[in-house]
Design a protein around this ligand. Structure first.
Ligand SMILES: Cc1ncc(COP(=O)(O)O)c(C=O)c1O
Length: 458
C-alpha cells in the first residue's frame, strides 16, 4: 500500500486553540522572540521537541493505574529493571527523573578538569554537564555529517581515525569515557551504523576507555540499521538494539523519547564500583535507587513504552513521517538536512535564508516566521544553541550547521497536521527574502537558548 497509516486509533483528544496572525505577532513580541517562552496554549502545532511529548497507549495508562508506589523495592521497579535489562543487558540500571540527571551523575563521577569526553556529537545537556565539571566535550562526527545536502546512510557515525588520533594525542588516562549519541540529535537525528558502534568499541577497548551510548532514540537507530545496513534486514529491531548495547559499557537514557513516556530516564552500566558511586549520588540528589526521582507508575509506563517502541509497525510509521515530509519539501524546493532523520526534519537555515549572516541567527528568523505564519513551534539548532563567543577577543565561532528542527512528538499528530506544516513552510519559503536576523537582548551563561530574549535587526 502507498499510504502508510498511523498504526493506532485515537480514543482521547485534546483540542487545539486557533490563533490569528495578529495575535501571534503580539505573542511573539511579548516572548522576546524566544519560542521557548510562549505558552503551549498559544501554539497550533507544537514541534518544539519530541521529548516528553508522546501520547501514551491504553496499556501504558493501565500501567499507570497498576503502579506500585512503595518507597523501596516496588513491583514497578522490578518490571522496569527487567525490561531495560532485556534490551540492554546492563548489570546496573539506575532510574533518574530524566536524561540529564543520568548525565549529571555520570559526569560528576568520571569527568573533571583536564578530562576529555569525545562523542559523535554531544547533545546540549550532555555537553553542559561535561563542561559543568570543567572537562571538555569533543565532537568527532564524520565530515559527511556536517554537510546538510550530502546523502549518506549513517551521517551520525563518529570519525574513527580522528577518534584514535585524539586518544593518542590527549592520552587514554585523560579520557574517562567516549559517548555515541544514537541517533545523533544535534547532527540532524542521523543514525549510527552497527559497524561504527562495533569499531568504536574496538578502538576504545585497546586503550581501556569505556563506551557509553546516549540511547534516547535507540529504537529509531535500530530501525535505520535494519533498513540501511547490509546483514540486518532480517533481524528484529529488538535484536538489533540488543547488539548495539552489547558493544557498550553503559548508557544514559532520556525515556522521554523512545520509551514513549512524558518523564523519566536512567543510567545503566556494567562497572560495579561506578554503579555503587552512582547510587550514592542518586540517593542524595534524586531518590532511593529503586525509584530515582520517579513515581512507581512512571516506571511502569517506561517498561510498557519500551515494549511498544520496538514494534516494527510503529517504527515504520514513525520513520516514514520524516521521509514523507522530506519528499514534499523536495517537491517545493525547500532546503533541509538530507536524508531525513528519525524524529524530525531539520531545515537548512543557511541555504533557506542566505542573506542573513550567521551572527544574526538565520535559523531563529525562520523559526519565528513559522510561528507568525501558522502557529508552528520549532527549535533553532544553530548559533543560538551552539555558537560560542571568545570572552577575550569577542570573536564569534558559529557551529558547522544552522538548522531549524521540526521535531515530531510520538503518536500525537496525524497526516493532515503534517500537510498543514508543509503548507506553512512553503509560505515562509516563498517570502524568505523578507526574513530579518536577530540579536540578543538577554542571554544566560549556560544553555542560553532556553531563556534568551531577542530583538529584530532592522
Ligand atoms: C540526544 C539527547 N541526549 C540527552 C537529552 C536530555 O534528556 P532530558 O531532556 O530527558 O534531560 C536529550 C533531550 O532532548 C537528547 O535529545
Amino acid at each position: 500500500m502507498k499510504t502508510i497509516i498511523e498504526p493506532f486509533r485515537i480514543k482521547m483528544v485534546e483540542p487545539i486553540k486557533m490563533t490569528t496572525r495578529e495575535q501571534r505577532e503580539e505573542i511573539l513580541h511579548r516572548a522576546g522572540y524566544n519560542l521557548f517562552l510562549i505558552n503551549a496554549e498559544e501554539i497550533i502545532i507544537d514541534l518544539l521537541t519530541d521529548s516528553g511529548t508522546a501520547a501514551m497507549s491504553h496499556n501504558q495508562w493501565a500501567g499507570i493505574m497498576r503502579g506500585d508506589e512503595s518507597y523501596a523495592g516496588a513491583r514497578s521497579y522490578h518490571r522496569f529493571f527487567e525490561k531495560v535489562q532485556e534490551i540492554t543487558n546492563f548489570k546496573h540500571i539506575i532510574p533518574t527523573h530524566q536524561g540529564r540527571a543520568a548525565e549529571r551523575i555520570l559526569f560528576e563521577l568520571i569527568a573533571g578538569p583536564g578530562k576529555y569526553v569525545p562523542s559523535n556529537t554531544h547533545f546540549d545537556t550532555t555537553r553542559a554537564n561535561i563542561e559543568y565539571q570543567a572537562a571538555e566535550a569533543v565532537d568527532l562526527v564524520i565530515p559527511e555529517g556536517k554537510d546538510p545536502q550530502l546523502i549518506h546512510p549513517f551521517k551520525g557515525n563518529i570519525d574513527l581515525t580522528r577518534l584514535e588520533n585524539f586518544i593518542r594525542h590527549k592520552g587514554a588516562k585523560n579520557i574517562p569515557a567516549c559517548m555515541l549519541t544514537i541517533t545523533n540529535n544535534s547532527g540532524g537525528g542521523q543514525p549510527v551504523s552497527m559497524e561504527n558502534i562495533r569499531k568504536t568499541k574496538e578502538i576504545l577497548a585497546r586503550y581501556g576507555i569505556p563506551l557509553f551510548l546516549d540511547a534516547c532514540r535507540f529504537a529509531e537507530n535500530s530501525y535505520f540499521i535494519k533498513k540501511r545496513e547490509p546483514g540486518y534486514e532480517n533481524k528484529s529491531c529488538k535484536e538489533i538494539a540488543q547488539e548495539m548495547f552489547s558493544y557498550a559499557d553503559g548508557c544514559t537514557m532520556s525515556a522521554k523519547k523512545d520509551a514513549l513516556v512524558n518523564i523519566g530516564g536512567f543510567l545503566a552500566m556494567n562497572d560495579d564500583d561506578l554503579a555503587m558511586k552512582a547510587r550514592n549520588v542518586l540517593i542524595v540528589t534524586e531518590g532511593f535507587p529503586t525509584y530515582g526521582g520517579l513515581a512507581g507508575r512512571d516506571l511502569e509506563a517506561i517498561a510498557q513504552g519500551l515494549e511498544e517502541v520496538l514494534q516494527e509497525d510503529y517504527l515504520h510509521y514513525r520513520i516514514r513521517t520524516a521521509e514523507y515530509m522530506g519528499e514534499h519539501l523536495d517537491l517545493i524546493g525547500v532546503p533541509y538536512l538530507k536524508p531525513p532523520g528519525g524524529h524530525a526534519i531539520y531545515l537548512d537555515a543557511k541555504a533557506f535564508a542566505p542573506h542573513i549572516p550567521v551572527e544574526q541567527f538565520p535559523g531563529q528568523a525562520i523559526a519565528c516566521q513559522l510561528y507568525t505564519e501558522g502557529g508552528i513551534r520549532s527549535c533553532e539548532i544553530g548559533g543560538i544553541m551552539f555558537g560560542r563567543t571568545d570572552p577575550q577577543s569577542g570573536d564569534y565561532f558559529p557551529p558547522a550547521m544552522e538548522l531549524v528542527r521540526l521535531a515530531f512528538p510520538r503518536r500525537v499528530y496525524t497526516q493532515s497536521h503534517f500537510d498543514y506544516v508543509l503548507e506553512i513552510i512553503e509560505a515562509v519559503y516563498q517570502k524568505r527574502k523578507a526574513l530579518r536576523g536577530f540579536r540578543f537582548t538577554y542571554q544566560a551563561p549556560v544553555l542560553r537558548h532556553f531563556t534568551a530574549k531577542f530583538e529584530v535587526v532592522r
